[in-house]
Design a protein around this ligand. Structure first.
Ligand SMILES: Nc1ncnc2c1ncn2[C@@H]1O[C@H](COP(=O)(O)OP(=O)(O)O)[C@@H](O)[C@H]1O
Ligand SMILES: [Mg+2]
Length: 243
């Protein structure tokens, strides 16, 4: 394993059939993300961002190619091993936040630790601290239905980060947030990824959010169209608008 690389893919392909025609939603992507690096994934609707992210999070099996997380090749695992690996090493949050409706904010976050047999006093304290850091200290004991969409999304972000995953993936996490909250959430997300040395990937329509990322991968038709690496390039792209 290469030093510092937490997440990588080799010639990753996902094929689907549309009207009897085979096409590649993801068309042979190779990438590497180091521990502590926050990568933005942008591109037009239908360019393959969600499909790529689903394969990175071991939710979707590639047609061909490899996903390697923390030195482990996902395709070498049995389904059962992959589920367990995902629960321990991957954190993710999607546009629909998938919170459990009958658990409070705090319980939703603690559940991740409980599932991994790691819910102890320290874990409980970390859950509270993380929610507080995301501006939710007065919502700990509220159910999702008692919170705004933005608050729910922040709980989902806490849930994606709490169990010390090697890789944290987010698909459009700011879609339901107002601009100010969106900035706050993505900035905190970036800080946590840097601080705790996670490999982070965020898909976003809102180009302003990529100012918090270290590198931007722009997709088009299932391929990497362009990679932005310098601060200047990223700032320029971010300034080009909300998306
Ligand atoms: N389960 C599926 N079956 C068939 N086609 C799919 C499926 N999932 C996604 N696609 C197609 O793959 C392409 C990429 O989709 P997606 O990854 O969702 O793009 P993005 O997230 O960039 O909008 C689109 O053309 C989409 O219609
Ligand atoms: Mg998508």
């Amino acid at each position: 394993m290469n030093e510092g690389i937490a997440l990588s893919t080799e010639s990753l392909v996902k094929s689907y059939e549309l009207d009897g025609q085979k096409f590649n939603a993801v068309n042979g992507i190779s990438l590497a993300v180091t521990a502590g690096e926050f990568v933005g994934l942008v591109g037009p609707s239908g360019s393959g961002k969600t499909t790529l992210l689903a394969m990175l999070s071991a939710l979707l099996t590639p047609t061909t190619g490899k996903v390697i997380i923390d030195g482990s090749n996902l395709s070498d695992m049995s389904d059962k091993q992959r589920v367990e690996f995902r629960r321990k090493r991957v954190g993710f949050t999607f546009q629909a936040n998938n919170l459990i409706p009958y658990l409070t904010a705090l319980e939703n976050v603690e559940l991740m630790l409980r599932l991994n047999g790691e819910l102890n006093a320290a874990g409980r304290a970390r859950s509270r601290d993380l929610l507080a850091r995301l501006g939710l200290s007065d919502r700990l004991h509220n159910l999702p239905s008692q919170m705004s969409g933005g608050q729910q999304q922040r709980v989902a972000i806490a849930r994606a980060l709490i169990h010390n995953p090697a890789v944290v993936l987010a698909d459009e996490p700011t879609a339901s947030l107002d601009t100010e909250r969106a900035h706050q959430v993505v900035e905190t997300f970036a800080q946590l990824i840097h601080e705790h040395k996670r490999a982070g990937v965020i898909v976003t329509h809102d180009l302003r959010m990529i100012t918090y990322t270290d590198r931007v991968i722009q997709m088009r038709d299932g391929d990497v169209a362009r990679i932005y690496t310098s601060r200047e390039e990223i700032k320029e792209l971010a300034a080009s608008g909300p998306g």
